[in-house]
Ligand binder design. Structure first.
Ligand code: ADP
Length: 477
């Protein structure tokens, strides 16, 4: 089998490899992908550092052409890359194609953004002096990504890093190297000068750690677990480096008595269970007021009955497998914890057997949960959702905000008053009214507050905040 290698200083290298396994069919090896070393990482950082002076001064048209070519190729290959994504991560084929289209759109967005780079010229408060405010690229950016969005998250970090003139060392998650390899291959062929984008696939504790330990990495953008995020933060403070973290969530969706039941059920089913609940914006707490509680639980349970859990590649599958055995164990451990804590298992909770061996788990709904239970406080990252019954809107809002996290927060209501109040008072980076908590646009800011995120927002024009450093220049006229 071919080994998909690492790209370091414009050369494909590496002979040690690990297997990329399909979670829908564990007999299938999606490919062999290089397992990089600390030495590879050091070489990649040195290559990115050497490439920085020229790339940071490259013309905006050169950058535009490369970003545009990448966006166009990803779109042209959406079905093939979507299938690769579904096979390595386990989300359904339509979801995976949708994510691939998203990655293309992100490259197209930054291909446009690079042509709009601008600064400000303003008068000084002192006579005969001019002031300019411009943005400089940071230097070498370390990109560390998780497994749950194998093509979109790499795209939304790589595209702005290149757009603003940075060079990159990119380390994808161990479980999903295939889409990352494909993006890097596309950008390499699109004409990026050698060393501008380096790919080092491998273990977090080896490759990731070598990035954290390097004084030559000027910025790290990280999406992943809270534990690793804290390591990124500590190491980055040590090296005086800029960092940006997207970590966990325990996103609430409030359902009020006056909600449109269909809208609420569709949003809850989508937010809680689609993509196997493996989205940082998934709703894992449904906070439901008394008057609609029983009707809502009955309708949501009826909806869950209709959802097909099966091989991600099969047409008709609504929910693919859990990503791997370790995550499946986490999910089933939390299901046991929920039962022990006294929540009522209203639906699911069982492992499923399908034609192909995979990590299949029923969508799982707990009712009669409290917000103090571990299943309501800790991120599970699987298709496991709890319903918390509350008296009224005020209690719902307080419960929604009573969490260490703050990524996305949703409400289902037909009341303008409550929707408006909720938008103002939800302690989250993103608020959704009558929509799933997951599912965001690519041209507007993405990010959270409290324990979910740290540093500037990602995506859209707001991405400039992380990938550049502001410079104020004064000139005597
Ligand atoms: P998850 O548990 O969801 O896989 P992680 O935070 O472990 O989340 O993984 C997110 C990314 O962080 C992955 O690319 C992983 O390899 C990387 N990573 C894990 N440990 C470290 C580390 N010590 N230093 C840097 N990166 C790491």
């Amino acid at each position: 089998m071919t080994i998909y290698q690492n790209l370091i200083a414009g050369e494909w290298i590496g002979s040690d490899a690990t297997k990329n396994i399909n979670p829908s069919d564990t007999n299938e090896v999606v490919g062999l992908y290089a397992d990089g070393s600390a030495e590879d990482t050091k070489n990649a950082i040195a290559a990115a550092k050497a490439a920085f002076p020229a790339w940071s001064r490259s013309g905006i048209w050169e950058r535009h052409v490369i970003l545009k070519k990448a966006g166009d190729e990803i779109m042209a290959r959406k079905d093939e890359l979507g299938a690769l994504l579904a096979r390595e991560e386990g989300k359904t084929l339509p979801e995976a194609i949708g994510e691939t289209i998203r990655a293309s759109q992100i490259f197209e967005f930054f291909a446009g953004e690079v042509l709009r780079l601008a600064g400000e010229t303003i008068p000084s408060v002192r006579p005969n002096i001019g002031v300019e405010i411009t943005r400089d690229p940071l230097g070498v950016i370390g990109i560390i990504t998780p497994w749950n969005f194998p093509i979109a998250i790499p795209a939304w970090k790589i595209a702005p890093a290149l757009c603003y003139g940075n060079t990159i060392v990119f380390k994808p998650a161990e479980l999903v190297p295939a889409c990352s390899w494909a993006i890097v291959d596309i950008l390499h062929r699109a004409g990026l000068p050698k060393g501008v984008l380096n790919l080092v696939m491998g273990k977090g504790s080896v490759v990731g750690q070598a990035m954290l330990d390097s004084p030559d990495v000027a910025g790290i953008t990280f999406t992943g677990s809270t534990g690793t995020g804290k390591r990124v933060a500590a190491a980055s403070l040590e090296h005086n480096r800029k960092f940006q973290l997207e970590m966990g969530g325990k996103n609430p969706m409030v359902v009020l008595d006056d909600a449109d039941l269909n809208v609420a059920v569709e949003a809850a089913a989508n937010s809680g269970f689609f993509s196997t609940g493996q989205r940082c914006t998934a709703s894992s707490r449904l906070i439901v007021t008394e008057g609609i509680h029983d009707k809502f639980v009955a309708a949501l349970t009826a909806k869950l009955e209709t959802l097909i859990v099966d091989n991600a590649m099969k047409s008709g599958t609504h929910i693919g497998p859990v990503v791997d055995e370790k995550q499946l164990k986490t999910d089933t451990d939390y299901i046991e914890i929920g039962k022990k804590e006294g929540a009522k298992l209203a639906f699911g909770g069982e492992l499923l057997k399908r034609d192909t061996p995979g990590f299949y788990l029923q969508p799982t709904l707990f009712t009669e949960a409290t917000n103090q239970m571990r299943i309501s406080r800790e991120e599970i990252f699987g298709p496991v959702v709890s319903v918390i019954r509350v008296k009224d809107y005020e209690e719902a809002l307080a419960t929604a905000n009573d969490t260490p996290f703050g990524l996305s927060s949703g409400i289902a209501t037909t009341s303008l008053k409550h929707a408006t109040h909720f938008k103002r008072n939800a302690e989250a980076g993103m608020v959704m009214v009558n929509l799933p908590t997951a599912g965001v646009d690519f041209h507007v800011p993405f990010g959270g507050r409290k324990g979910s995120s740290y540093g500037p927002r990602e995506q859209g024009s707001y991405a400039a905040e992380f990938y550049t450093s502001v410079k104020t220049s004064y000139t005597l006229a």
